[in-house]
Write a protein that binds this ligand. Sequence first.
Ligand SMILES: [Ca+2]
Length: 177
Amino acid sequence: MLPLSLINVAKSKALKTVITVIIIVILLLIVWKLYQKAKKSIDEAIEQKRNQKALEKLNATNSNDPGGNIVSNAQTFTIPEYKQMADDLFKAMDGLGTDEETILKTISKLKTKADWNRLKQAYGTRKIRALGYGFNGTLLPSLKSELSNFGEPDFNDYDINVVLHLNNILSRFGEKI
Ligand SMILES: [Ca+2]
């Protein structure tokens, strides 16, 4: 049998080992947390730098365009604004007749192809009603349908001008009615 003092020494040695292990584990956790925190701020800084570069590139593209048009593919409106424009266009087409002025005014606001795509997306598919007539479709075919008296016997000069003006704007986005 071991003397009592030896048992105590062994016990205290085991205790010391346990405490040392616990301290090492705690230190490792602290180092890990610090590493994660540092990594996060480095990632954020990289992301910020990347966004800044993208913005600079966009501004450079815009200012390089001799026509003054924004040729980049950035969205220049908010989602609610696209929805408002889609609603305005729908109201301009729904029912008897067509509010050509609102159509031109609304489409003229668009600056980029992304704007046009977002507007089409916001419009989705809607049903335009008129007496004994209904047109269910996406934005471009709906505009075409509303202004379809162009080229027909009952067309008037105003409609021709509207269509020409509209196609002039849409040509910037590679489309026409
Ligand atoms: Ca109509």
